[in-house]
Design a protein around this ligand. Structure first.
Ligand SMILES: [Zn+2]
Length: 340
């Protein structure tokens, strides 16, 4: 099969990879219908995360080709979506709704690499969810978004307790930030403030439900949020970038007793303890337990209540993956969909 291998930082190749096979009785083999490039794939691309001939990709939708002897909830021919973290969905942590921290958790990015024609998905019963049937072609991008960016944005909005009567501020206008805006709207937030200075992304933020745009960053950005909320700060803040400035901007924009959901992968962030202490806020974040939200998200997409597929603003065949990485790295594209 063909698949993406990153040889080193900035060095993306589409090469022949060995076809995956069933190894454990709980595995499934899927044939990908579509896959995509994630903002977090840019960390190894930029040399921030180690990379050496690594199979890439962790978002996926496709059709089950083969299942192991113990797989019960999906069968060959099913159209399925899975989370970017493998989970058994039965352990105590999974049952508490934190499947990304499952005792059997594995990152699809590190072990599988779904920017490929096929993938072996371990713990298929606990990881994959079948759709009610084969989707219309125009629903495929939306379903693919549920695999990570929509699920992650939704988790962030949920962690920030976005809901009726709440003012939600979203730091970050990448795909996850935009999906957090959509989630906040669906969860009934009264006011949604997008922090963005990119005109095209501001437009998309408004499409997904932003009521206000704040272009200022850092201390000025915090001051603007305070101005817009009678000095209080937002009830709910989503951090979807993962830099020092964006993280502290999110902390500062959250009102005392408010909730912050942080889902930006934050390699170099140092959180000053004393600032966090005096902020007096709730914090919840980390890799999103997408599996918790998948059935509900699939339902909303299937019924065409939500349209997360618009975050894909570049579509390329798998063989042109290198250009997809380049476009995202240069911020010419929000998110690249790869067709097979
Ligand atoms: Zn588990």
């Amino acid at each position: 099969m063909r698949g993406v291998i990153m040889y080193g930082p900035g060095d993306v190749h589409v090469v022949d990879r060995e076809d995956p096979k069933i190894i454990e009785p709980t595995d499934a083999i899927i044939r990908l219908t579509a896959t995509c490039i994630c903002g977090s794939d840019l960390w190894p691309y930029r040399g921030i995360e180690p990379v050496d001939h690594t199979p890439m990709g962790h978002e996926y939708v496709g059709v089950v080709e083969e299942i192991g002897a113990d797989v019960k909830t999906v069968k060959p021919g099913d159209f399925v979506i899975g989370s970017f973290v493998i989970s058994d969905n039965t352990c105590e942590i999974c049952r508490a709704g934190f499947q990304s921290k499952c005792i059997h958790a594995e990152f699809v990015a590190q072990t599988v690499g779904t920017q490929a024609e096929k993938a072996r998905i371990p713990h298929a019963d606990g990881t994959l969810v079948a759709t009610p049937g084969h989707p219309d072609e125009d629903l495929v991008p939306a379903l693919l978004a549920a695999s990570d960016v929509l699920g992650t944005g939704w988790y962030a909005a949920d962690a920030a307790q976005a809901g009726p009567g709440k003012t939600v501020a979203v730091v970050g206008d990448g795909a996850v930030g935009l999906m957090a805006i959509l989630a906040a709207r669906e969860l009934g937030a009264e006011r949604i403030i997008a922090m963005s200075r990119h005109p095209e992304r501001q437009k998309l933020a408004r499409y997904y439900g932003a009521t206000d745009i704040v272009e200022e960053r850092g201390e000025e950005g915090i001051a603007r949020i305070r101005d817009l909320t009678d000095g209080y700060g937002a009830h709910s803040v989503v951090e979807a970038v993962g830099t020092q400035e964006s993280f502290m901007q999110a902390v500062g924009a959250t009102r005392g007793g408010g909730h912050m959901g942080y889902v930006g992968v934050n390699y170099d962030v140092q959180i000053p303890g004393i600032q966090l202490f005096f902020a007096g806020i709730h914090l919840l974040g980390g890799p999103a337990p997408v599996r918790r939200f998948l059935p509900d998200l699939i339902d909303r997409i299937w019924n065409r209540t939500i349209d997360p597929g618009r975050v894909f603003d570049l579509t390329l065949p798998l063989d042109q993956a290198a250009e997809g990485y380049k476009a995202m790295n240069e911020r010419r594209a929000i998110k690249t969909l790869l067709t097979l």
